[in-house]
Structure formats: structure tokens, C-alpha cells
Write a protein that binds this ligand. Sequence first.
Ligand code: UAG
Ligand code: ATP
Length: 497
Amino acid sequence: MVDRFGLRTSGLPTGLAVTGVSLDSRDVRPGDLYVGMPGAQRHGAEFAGQAAASGASAMLTDAPGAELAAAAAPDLPVLVSEAHPRTVLGDVAAAVYGTDGFAARIFGVTGTNGKTSVVYLLAELLRAAGITAGLSSTAERRIGDEVVVSNLTSPEASELHGLLARMAEVGVAGVALEVSAQAVVRHRLDGVHFDVVAFNNFSQDHLDEFGDLETYFAAKLALFSPEHAERGVVVVDSPWGQRIARESRIPVTRLATEYGQDADWHLAITRQTLDGVSFVLQGPEGAHFRGSVPVFGRFMAENAALALIMLHEAGIPIEQVSRGLDHGRIPVFIPGRLEQITESGSSGPRFYVDYGHTPGAFAAMLDALGEVAPGRIIFLFGADGDRDTTKREEMGRIAAAGADTVIVCDYHPRSEPPEAIRAQLIAGARSARHADVIEEGDPRAAVRLAISLADPGDVILYAGPGHEDHQEVAGRFIPYSARDEVRGALREAGLLP
Ligand SMILES: CC(=O)N[C@H]1[C@@H](OP(=O)(O)OP(=O)(O)OC[C@H]2O[C@@H](n3ccc(=O)[nH]c3=O)[C@H](O)[C@@H]2O)O[C@H](CO)[C@@H](O)[C@@H]1O[C@H](C)C(=O)N[C@@H](C)C(=O)N[C@H](CCC(=O)O)C(=O)O
Ligand SMILES: Nc1ncnc2c1ncn2[C@@H]1O[C@H](COP(=O)(O)OP(=O)(O)OP(=O)(O)O)[C@@H](O)[C@H]1O
């Protein structure tokens, strides 16, 4: 490994065995290679002593890290990378876990909104095609039927290769991975070669991290290169998608949902209700799919079409997928994404919990609801503290333009004063002059308020918390599950058994 990855060593015993790779001293298991990574807050090598005490067999770090380790854990063998350790971590982890020989088809999904949804649809379609699936998303990771909790959207390379190794053990033959822009620029995908990558849409997010849209976009575009992937699928409805198709360095196939748009595949919506969307997808050489997804919104049909084309491009024909489905119905459940908490047949209002937290997601959901909601739309939301602050007014404006009533509550204020975040959302909402705008900081009270305002036929949409199980307030993680809270409040109101 030392020669292969151009590392320097100090005190490396011959025949050293490494059985795993860990980036966090608190997670080290006996036999692991601990990676002492320079971070934004600390240098990981400061924790070499803890890693050694937990049984690390060696540490990989940079030159300053080697000096720190000499003081913290003088007996721990050290491998030194001249470049940032991130640049070798993926390939090192692939070698340690043996994932460089993993024969599964690997799919990667990037874009601003809908990545998790496409990943779940891919896994469902792989199952329909008779292929054991694994997935990694913001909501959770799945190794066949086993569910693992997610922290990051795209795991660090050490965790990713560990995950792939476990997938290989249980016979996973198709893997769907959500790819964040942060993962691309931080080398979290290194050592993985995608069979097919996809781009669905692009809009404002993460400007706290990337500074401007162009830099954020460049991170997404970088996935469409031979270093990362064989081929790509791109939704070309927007100028951003058209740019990916033009500037991609790998062959791409194009999907359009707009009538008359130049593309290889075309999607047409045939029916929409609150219970789902039906569609027809047509591609080259007579490729054809007619089916439905049990979640409302044109964009869900688009997500499903993208997943179908990705499989098709990987040599899993649409006919093979269709054979495993009942009349084209894709029975997908996406945790915390437009998840209905009420029961479909009931006569009261409907309540949905969602993870959308960008202006683009708000617009897509509210446009979709506007087409299918029988009654009024009550929209409940907040915004992240310590993250892209420039999107807040736009979120408020879009919410109030698309809903009849908006209730602004707290999400993850983090270190910011919650009332200041709310004030920005409310300023945006008031500028739209369409909806009634109500401020109720406490999310538990806001949920109950929304239910009290709703009549049968109305739809309440609570955007932000999705599948999450906590609120982050001033450095503390406070247990809070919106799904459980809503369930409890609906029971109190006699709207759920
Ligand atoms: C900005 C960012 O990406 N930060 C990541 C970075 O943190 P950092 O540089 O601050 O790390 P640090 O605290 O200085 O620690 C340095 C090193 O010491 C290690 N350490 C630290 C303390 C200790 O006791 N022991 C120990 O070993 C840490 O594991 C780390 O390797 O390295 C950490 C370890 O891998 C990551 O967990 C952390 O992600 C944080 C949690 C994060 O929020 N990342 C976000 C921005 C992110 O990546 N988001 C994307 C997209 C989400 C979306 O689409 O909405 C994602 O893919 O999740
Ligand atoms: N194709 C789409 N276009 C626009 N909005 C979408 C699309 N698909 C889903 N959404 C909206 O965005 C919300 C978040 O979806 P999802 O979690 O799948 O996105 P994501 O890209 O994984 O987000 P994140 O990166 O924050 O995890 C959905 O619940 C829905 O409101």
C-alpha cells in the first residue's frame, strides 16, 4: 500500500495487517487504519492517542499530523501522505475493504432536489428487475434488507467502502448512491466508479459552502467525467441540465418532460391525483414504459423516469423491470418525502411531512399540490440556521405564493436567534401578498394550529424535517420527530385512530 499510494512511513512493522479504515478516533475498532485528517476545527492526528488505545494498527495522515502523532501516540505506526489525506483515502479504503473488485452495478444521483427520491426509486426498480439492491441516501443506508442510520448525505470514503464491502457480502448487485456536491469536492467518492450517474435539477442551495451558484454547479458537473463514471442521464428541461449535457465529459442520454424539447427520452404525465401520478416514458428504439408512482407531483414521475433510464443505460432493460411490477405501479415508499401521515381513505384533511428545504423544492411541491389539492393548502415550514441565509426570503415568497395559509415555525436554528430566521421567512412571505401568514415558533404548537385550521379536503404540508429525529438548537440535539408529532396531534384531534 505504501508504494502504491506514494506514502512515507515511520516505524512501520513488516506484515502489518489492516482490517478497516476509520476517520473518527471515537469509531476506531481493533485493526483499523485511523485516518488523522486535518479538519475545519481540529486536526484528527490530535486524537491519535485515543485511536491507538482503541486498537488502531496504524495511522494515515499528513506531515503536520505525523508530528502531532509523534507526541500523542509515539508507538503508533504512521503513513504520511504528501498531498491532503483525502486525496488517497478513497483508493486506500477500496484496497483495504477489497471493494476495488466489487462487481455490482453502481448508480449515482446528483442535483439539488429529489436525489433521495431517485435513489429509493432505483432500489425499488432494481428489486422489480430481480436484482438485490443497496442504497445510500440522506434518509438512511440499506444493505439489502438491513437499514443503517445516515449522518451525511454522502458518506466519507472510509464509511462508503465499508458499506460497499458489506453489500458485497450479502450479494447486493445494484447500488444506488446519493451524491452531494460536497462529496464530489471532498473526494468522498474516490475509489468508486459509477456505471451510470444522473442529474435531475439545479437551483439555489448551499451558498454558505460554495459562495456562488457557478461554483456549486461546477461540483455537480465534475461528476460527469471519466474519472467518476461511464455514462450519464440528464434532465434537460432547464438551462442547467442543458449545460450538463453539453459540457459532460462522458456520453449522456437526455430526458425531457417539456413538450417539443430536443431529447432522447420524453416523459408525458397522463393522470395526477393526490394519491399519485401516472405517466408514459418513451425512448430510443421503441423503449417504452407506462406506469405510476404512489406519490403526488409531476416531479415524482420525472424522478421515476430518471431511475428507469439509468437502469436501461446500465443494461437492465425496461421490459425486465416491467415484468416485476403490477401494471407498471412502482410501490415505492420514500421516508419523509411527501409522506402522508393521515390515511388515504379518510374524510378529513390530509397531512404530509416533507424534507424540502429549498426554494426549488417548495415551488415543485406547491405547484404540484395546486394541481391536485381539492381544498385549501396550509403550508408549515421553517429554515436552517447557520446555513445559506440568502434563500430564506425566496422560500417565504414561494410558500406564500403557492399556499392559502403559511405558518412559519422553527426548524434547526443552530446558533442563530430563531426569531431572526422567522423574520426573514415572514418578510419573504408578506412580499407575496397571497396567503395568510402566521408566526408560531414552537413546531409542536404550529402542527396543532395547522390541524385546527384545516377542513375536510384541505391539505397540510409540513416542509423541512422529513425523516429527521432531532432539532439542532444552540449546539444541542433535541429529540424531535415531525412524523411522530404529527401522528400524535392527529390522534388528539380524532383524525387518526
Ligand atoms: C463542512 C464539512 O463537510 N465538515 C465535515 C468535516 O468536519 P470538520 O472539517 O469540521 O472536522 P473537525 O471537527 O475539524 O475534525 C477533524 C477530524 O478529526 C476527527 N475527530 C474529531 C474529533 C474527535 O474526537 N475525534 C476525531 O477523530 C474528525 O472525524 C475529522 O476527521 O469532516 C467531518 C468528518 O468526516 C464531517 O462529519 C463534517 O461534515 C459535517 C458534519 C457537515 O455538516 N457536512 C455537510 C456540509 C455536508 O457534507 N453536507 C452534504 C450535503 C447535504 C445536503 O445535500 O443537504 C452531505 O453529503 O452530507
Ligand atoms: N425532481 C424534483 N424536482 C423538484 N423538487 C423535488 C424533486 N423531487 C423531490 N423534490 C422535492 O424536494 C424534496 C426533497 O427531496 P429529496 O430528499 O429526494 O431531495 P434531496 O436532493 O435528496 O435533498 P437533500 O440533498 O437535501 O437530501 C422532496 O420531498 C420534494 O419536496
